[in-house]
Design a protein around this ligand. Structure first.
Ligand code: ADP
Ligand code: MG
Length: 287
């Protein structure tokens, strides 16, 4: 009850956008995150990659405060995860009940709740922000449609609009590109690039190592622990990949040289697909 009336926390402008120190999460005694520490600068776009079960979704749940770690500290702009209205979260698609009868503009309006007054009634500014957000993701024409009627890519764009309407400063996207066709993926990547220009800090969980290396400044290789974190060229070494993917990583010898391939993909019950990662000596190709 009191939670509803709490004031949003005040940000420390000199603190990193996000900081974890020694975060450990166990499910029934089994560690899903083990002593995870890292720090993200404001405006960085970080791809979080790792095999299924690496703890990517668990990490996001800890950052949003949905899950409390058994050990360690999470700080968002200098203070604990609860009470922030600046954190946008787009959960994995398969964790959302799409039959829920709600329109596209309602979903985006949910992003405004933290900014509304005590009565939680949307005002003129809220409606305007919702319209602007839908326009920014190219979904204005769908404002009155039910969310469940849209394609996967359109649904993800609506959730990005919700984060834009929320004026999120830290955005967590859990595998937003999984299962989408290439044009839908490109539409979302374009929107994320616009967000970078606005200085929004972004963490995006993805299975696609090549895309992660091409599209994002920073990469975190996660497998319960942080195996490597930094610029993609530093992170994507054969040694780091072997540590993160273990038995799921294969070096395939071909006439053209050795290829590094993982057999983990997409999650959500989709069958594993071999994924070409690169050649061990020329990893990765980054523009
Ligand atoms: P990822 O998103 O990288 O695939 P998750 O964070 O979903 O990984 O899961 C990390 C590990 O924690 C997995 O071994 C998973 O089975 C386990 N796990 C996740 N959620 C729960 C839960 N609610 N209860 C028990 N175990 C869980
Ligand atoms: Mg996950």
């Amino acid at each position: 009850m009191f939670g509803l009336f709490k004031r949003p926390v005040v940000h420390d402008a000199s603190a990193p956008a996000l900081e974890l120190e020694g975060v450990t999460v166990r499910y029934e005694g089994m560690p899903a995150l083990d002593n995870v520490s890292f720090s993200v600068r404001r405006g960085d776009q970080v791809a979080v990659v790792g095999p299924n079960g690496a703890g990517k979704s668990t990490l996001f749940n800890v950052i949003t405060g949905i899950l409390k770690p058994q050990q360690g500290i999470v700080r968002i702009a200098g203070s604990g995860p609860n009470g922030h209205i600046c954190v946008g979260y787009v959960p994995q698609r398969n964790r959302i009940d799409w039959r829920f009868p709600v329109s596209v503009s309602d979903v985006v309006m949910m992003g405004r709740v933290g900014k509304m007054g005590l009565l939680r009634r949307p005002g003129r500014v809220d409606r305007q922000r919702v319209q602007e957000a839908l326009a920014q993701v190219g979904m204005s024409a769908f404002a009155n449609r039910q969310i469940g009627e849209l394609s996967g890519g359109q649904q993800q764009r609506v959730f990005l609009a919700r984060a834009i309407a929320q004026e999120a400063e830290l955005l967590l996207l859990d595998e937003p590109l999984a299962g989408l066709d290439i044009p839908s993926q490109e539409a979302i990547l374009r929107i994320l690039a616009e967000m970078r220009a606005e200085g929004i800090t972004l963490l995006i969980a993805t299975h696609d190592l090549n895309q992660a290396a091409e599209q994002f400044d920073q990469m975190m290789l996660l497998n319960r622990r942080v195996v490597a974190y930094g610029a993609p060229a530093q992170v994507l070494t054969t040694e780091n990949l072997a540590r993160a993917y273990g038995g799921q990583l294969h070096v395939v010898h071909t006439d053209g040289g050795d290829l590094v391939v993982t057999d983990s993909c997409c999650g959500g019950g989709e069958p594993p697909v071999a994924q070409f990662v690169g050649t061990p000596d020329a990893l990765p190709e980054i523009p």
